[in-house]
Design a protein around this ligand. Structure first.
Ligand SMILES: [Zn+2]
Ligand SMILES: [Zn+2]
Length: 392
């Protein structure tokens, strides 16, 4: 069966690479990925999938379904396809879309041998609002048994975690005045600077084992030094190893922001984005994927436990469904993601090979999960032992 999956993936190479390049050459920002959804839907429908879009409350999300010979577990491959402002596909999501569409089709073509369902879920706006967070909250993953995807990178890596993250916006509105008479005004920037200093004070008490970080930029800080600033704003990104600790950090920052308002009397507006949960990679599925990739000649590494990681909305999925989000290299080590260089690499001959390799590895792992009840039980046992789902 796995050999057949490999042959199917090789036969689809031109179609999948064309899909990857089409999305790459026409970058669309989060929630605007209408053409990317249309092109993926066309390919999936052509191969017998039913495609539902919009899905889960998002216009540029989709769900494509293919039924096996009987009722059984549902394996979902997750596609991302949003680009970045200024650098196009600098995160290589075109490779993710083509791989997950490819894996869905390759697995579907052997589904007359096994029970269950193959699903491809299109998850928009990973780079901005975290489309998977909204999909998760709308129940879009509730009937899924396993969620699998691959992200392009500079190294081959399985079973990597991810930290929780949130954006925090702090805005103060005061009253403008001539700087010759500052007492006539309410200086919003004074409150904001106090908030920055206050955050530096409270962060000293944050547990280092949670690896908390917070960084901010001032997005509004007045227009002229001879005018008392009537409006000041900042945006922060906070991260920690768990969403629970992140909630404590948000509480501390809120208290500091209130204190900043008290200093001048400026009016505070405090807003937080959706919380990107920490990632709980399923190691049993990760090991199966690793074995499949190594059978294809790709050496897969495992992360150093002290590795500092970024964040993704896949974390929220990993709380609900046993999940993998593995990495395959498309650019040499040292290449920075979210750059023009990474964007170029995402349509290179290696990236095109990765589309086919990931298609095979994901579909083979999906097949393992559908065909092997013992494996499914081990996956579920790990998921339950980790105290999941917890849903934050
Ligand atoms: Zn990405
Ligand atoms: Zn990215």
């Amino acid at each position: 069966m796995k050999k057949m999956i490999g042959q199917v993936a090789d036969a689809m190479r031109n179609e999948l690479v064309a899909l990857s390049h089409r999305i790459h050459d026409n970058p669309e920002l989060g929630l605007q990925e209408h053409r990317a959804v249309q092109w993926q839907s066309e390919v999936l429908r052509h191969h017998g999938f039913e495609v539902q879009t919009p899905y889960g409350g998002l216009d540029t999300a989709y769900r494509a379904t293919f039924h096996g010979k009987s009722i059984g577990p549902r394996v979902a491959f997750l596609a991302e396809y949003d680009a970045l402002p200024g650098v196009g596909h600098g995160c290589g999501h075109n490779v993710i879309a083509a791989s997950s569409v490819g894996a869905g089709i390759a697995l579907a073509l052997v589904m007359d041998n096994v029970g269950g369902e193959v699903v491809v879920i299109g998850t928009p706006a990973e780079e901005t609002i975290g489309g998977k967070i909204i999909l998760a909250e709308s129940g879009a993953f509730d009937d899924i048994d396993f969620a699998l995807m691959v992200h392009p990178s500079t190294t081959n890596l399985v079973k990597r975690g991810g930290r929780a993250a949130v954006s925090i916006n702090i805005t103060y509105d005061g009253r403008g005045a001539h700087s010759a008479e500052p007492g006539d005004g309410i200086n919003a920037l004074t409150s904001l600077i106090a908030a920055f200093n206050g955050i530096d004070a409270v962060r000293q008490a944050w547990s280092l084992t949670e690896r908390p970080t917070i960084n901010g930029i001032i997005t509004a800080g007045g227009n002229a030094s001879n005018i008392i600033c009537d409006h000041a704003a900042a945006e922060f990104t906070a991260r920690a190893d768990s969403r629970c600790f992140l909630k404590k950090m948000i509480g501390d920052v809120r208290r500091v922001a209130d204190a900043g308002a008290l200093i001048t009397g400026a009016k505070l507006t405090f807003m937080t984005g959706l919380i990107f949960a920490e990632r709980h990679p399923n190691h049993v599925i990760g090991d199966a994927f690793k074995a499949n990739m190594e059978s294809l000649g790709e050496k897969m590494n495992e992360p150093d436990p002290t590795m500092v990681t970024g964040s993704s909305d896949i974390g929220n999925v990993s709380l609900i469904v046993p999940t993998i989000h593995e990495y395959l290299w498309v650019a040499p080590e040292g290449t920075l993601e979210h750059t023009i260089e990474f964007c170029t690499a995402a349509a290179s001959p290696r990236a095109d090979n990765v589309v086919v390799l990931a298609t095979k590895g994901l579909a083979m792992t999906g097949y393992d999960l559908l065909a092997d009840a013992d494996l499914r039980q081990q996956v579920q046992a790990e998921f339950v032992a980790a105290g999941l789902p917890d849903r934050g």
